[in-house]
Design a protein. Structure first.
Length: 181
């Protein structure tokens, strides 16, 4: 699917990605859902997230945390409290440690609880998006606090694009778990 450029497309893409992700998790065996993510013999990808996320829960916690970043950022800036998207001390060049902190803060969270929190945060982000017009979402620099991009671009990144990432990651893990070693 093409990257959304309207509110309707964004809402549809986010909902479709959310549904696809939940269906994928539901199709996994208990061992695949609850056990460590494994990508099979010979798997070699260099991006940090392949090693960072150890379980399905870690992936879901990651998505939920990024929903929180988006909501907190929008609420702060809309409320007249200029804030960057990433909390200090993180920047777009160095935020890997923040993602590890999100994971580690939820080591004792069950997958069921993580999925409930994800459902709640998804609903909250969808309601947030639905409160904006196409212009407010997709005109670059409409809000000074979005920098050179649009609010919608951040929303796409925190929803549909992130859900697509999670689906690809979990499909790779499911293939790895089902590949004879």
């Amino acid at each position: 699917m093409a990257r959304p450029t309207t509110r309707a497309e964004l809402l549809q893409a986010a909902e479709a990605g959310y549904d696809t992700l939940l269906a994928l998790i539901a199709e996994m065996s208990d061992a695949e859902r609850e056990g460590p993510l494994s990508y099979g013999p010979g798997f070699a990808k260099s991006e940090a997230h392949w090693a960072r996320d150890r379980t399905v829960r870690d992936v879901i916690v990651h998505l939920t945390a990024w929903h929180g970043l988006l909501r907190d950022w929008v609420v702060a800036n809309e409320g007249g409290n200029p804030s960057p998207f990433l909390p200090s001390p993180y920047t777009w060049r160095d935020y890997a440690g923040m993602n590890v902190e999100f994971r580690d803060a939820h080591e004792s969270t069950s997958l069921a609880d993580a999925l409930r929190e994800f459902g709640d945060s998804h609903a909250a982000v969808m309601a947030l998006i639905d409160g904006y017009t196409n212009e407010e979402l997709f005109v670059k620099k409409f809000y000074p606090w979005t920098g050179t991009t649009s609010l919608g671009s951040y929303c796409v990144s925190a929803t549909s694009s992130h859900y697509d990432w999670a689906v690809k990651k979990l499909r790779a893990a499911r293939r790895g778990a089902r590949t004879p070693g």
